[in-house]
Design a protein around this ligand. Structure first.
Ligand code: SAH
Length: 241
């Protein structure tokens, strides 16, 4: 889905950051990593920070120049935290994702280029970029850690690609939500158990049961979860005998 995107790191000094970038990319299903003259690579620090994303590291392509790294791309985005004296067209990370993943240009091969930890991208490198990509943040403290910046950009690309897993009620796996009938049987069982163990008294039982219903209504139980709760009730009734 995002195979038309490549992440390019220019002269990264800390190999740990390269590992952090690989992990961030893999989390967001982006696989193509290019390294322009990394200071130290391969490295045990990179592998350890990649933590399971070492396939991204082993397939990373190393180049001597940014020009070579982006030669096969149609669009180049330069990620930069700094305001430049010369102005390039600037897009936020989200605007880039919308334009180059969901937009009409989504067929183009795209490079997102990230600069050095200590000095970012040089102007002659930005000359190769069609747009500056900016992650909006605190204007008085705007430089993110390299891997954190890649994470934010890859996240925006991932969301724009529509792969986001919906985490809505009822989407908890294979179990279906408990029906009203099952919930009513559960409340009867619950009330009976609370009475048996001496917790509920006639006078207050209605208002307590109403509050308990409100709690369970807030959390949309599925049938498996309901079975566990019924099991607990049966267990405590047996122990109370
Ligand atoms: N000190 C450097 C910033 C280094 S951060 C400077 O003065 O430019 C390393 C890289 O992470 C940057 O080159 C840039 O590619 C990316 N980055 C960090 N913060 C960013 C932000 N707010 N927006 C876009 N990219 C950012």
């Amino acid at each position: 889905m995002l195979s038309h995107i490549k992440i390019v790191l220019v002269e990264t000094s800390h190999p740990g950051n390269i590992g952090g970038v690989a992990r961030a990319m893999k989390n967001m299903t982006i696989e193509n990593l290019c390294l322009v003259s990394p200071k130290t690579f391969p490295s045990a620090d990179a592998t350890s920070r990649a933590s399971g994303a070492d396939n991204i590291l082993s397939s990373a392509i190393i180049y001597d120049s940014l020009q070579d790294a982006v030669a096969d791309c149609q669009v180049v985005l330069g990620a930069s935290a700094r305001d430049r004296t010369i102005s390039w067209p600037v897009l936020t990370a989200r605007e880039c994702a919308e334009k180059f993943v969901t937009g009409t240009t989504s067929i183009a091969k795209i490079a997102v280029v990230f600069g050095r930890e200590n000095s970012g991208l040089k102007n002659h490198e930005l000359d190769l970029c069609h747009y500056l990509l900016r992650i909006p943040c605190n204007s008085e403290y705007s430089s993110l850690n390299l891997a954190a910046a890649v994470q934010v950009v890859c996240y925006e690309l991932f969301v724009a690609s529509g792969q986001r897993v919906e985490n809505t009620i009822g989407d908890k796996g294979d179990e279906s939500l408990a029906t009203m009938k099952q919930m009513e049987l559960f409340y009867e069982h619950f009330q009976q158990t609370l009475t048996d163990i001496g917790f509920l008294h006639e006078d207050k039982s209605q208002s307590i049961m109403r509050r308990l219903r409100r709690i369970f209504n807030r959390i949309a139980l599925d049938t498996k979860e309901l079975d566990i709760l019924r099991g607990i009730l049966r267990f405590s009734q047996n122990h109370n005998k």
